[in-house]
Design a protein around this ligand. Sequence first.
Ligand SMILES: Cc1cc2nc3c(=O)[nH]c(=O)nc-3n(C[C@H](O)[C@H](O)[C@H](O)COP(=O)(O)OP(=O)(O)OC[C@H]3O[C@@H](n4cnc5c(N)ncnc54)[C@H](O)[C@@H]3O)c2cc1C
Length: 394
Amino acid sequence: MTEARTYDVVIVGGGAIGSSTAFFLASESGFRGTVAVVERDPTYRTASSALSASGIRQQYSTAVNVQIGRFGIDFLRNVGVHLAVNGEAPDIGLSERGYLFLGGPESESVMRDIHALQLAHGARVELLDPDALTRRFPWIDAAGIGIGSLGISGEGWFDGYALLQAFRRKARSLGVDFIHGTVVGLERSGNRLTAARLADGTRLRCGHVVNAAGPRARSVAEMAGLRLPVEARCRSVFVFDCRQELEACPLVIDTSGVWFRPEGRQFITGLSPPEERDPETFDLEVDHAQFENDIWPALAARVPAFASVKVVGSWAGLYEYNTLDQNGIVGPHPELPNLLFANGFSGHGLQQSPAVGHGIAEWIAHGAWRTIDFTPLSVERIVANRPYSERNIV
Ligand SMILES: Cc1cc2nc3c(=O)[nH]c(=O)nc-3n(C[C@H](O)[C@H](O)[C@H](O)COP(=O)(O)OP(=O)(O)OC[C@H]3O[C@@H](n4cnc5c(N)ncnc54)[C@H](O)[C@@H]3O)c2cc1C
């Protein structure tokens, strides 16, 4: 005999996106319903939110992503107020040391255009020519650089796992049910979803379903008979020691695509592989050859002090990679309006989790975007096969 319970909202996946959505729903004054988050692995051992580099930036080339970034940093700065439980404030270790994008001379005009858009949307970003760059960061070799773009406020990194746990704890304290289980089926009647089925036979009748299944989002869409262009793609992160201190080192994105940033007294680094070496996979295997062949040569060329670094650790995590345009997919499905997607963030979902959770909660409560207009990231563009691309993806 299957057990049946009823919730106004069932969220599939309790990572940063699902837990943020649950928190914002539970604290949304226009919403009085019940919320369940179904999570297949509450240890989050393989969840992207636990294996992230957890950076946050304002430097995007589309207005909606700049707005999402601004919402995110404001939320993170005040996380102790938003997510305290019984007077206990979470510590997410926010470090606002900026992102530094480096571009070759050929990138200069694009970066100037993007810069103007960022300023127009309130981001604090400064362009640096090679001289200004090496004056500010004397440890950089500026060979081949035409321009640098430095975020001077509102960018940096934090403890993503701590943010996820803080969302979860606060949502529970506000009455959200977190259910340990795996959603294996969605029941549909006409253009509505009516229930979610779990592997243990539990049936959850529901008013809305939110797909927050991260790298497994496509399989949840398929349960409703829908297509979602989201694949699991593996990314390796390497931890290394460097004897020399790099003063005021931000998160640097080199012209080669290699990124690095300080992590305590060490550094972490990574690189998205080229498309032909980036298959869909759920295996969390570190690509050690990538460090030797691709990352280390670029690091040593850009920062002479990195010529003699020592790798002391590594891990692998999954991007929930949107193969259409590597941008988030946020909002209701036109064919099934009570199924909402919050997927496909392709490397920037942790920093976007506050704004996205808030936006989805607003949509469920009011049937409209109120604070940030997520229309550019709509499911409609996916259905119409109309990419909405960033020009500086990492
Ligand atoms: C190496 C790496 C570096 C990154 N760097 C950054 C960065 O610097 N900044 C940034 O903003 N983002 C970064 N990201 C991306 C970011 O981590 C993700 O976009 C974000 O964590 C996605 O959150 P999520 O909640 O959607 O997914 P997840 O954290 O993966 O959560 C999804 C959850 O859904 C559960 N689930 C799946 N299917 C089911 C089901 N059928 N039933 C029940 N539960 C289910 C899973 O168990 C999982 O816990 C990085 C990611 C990686 C891998």
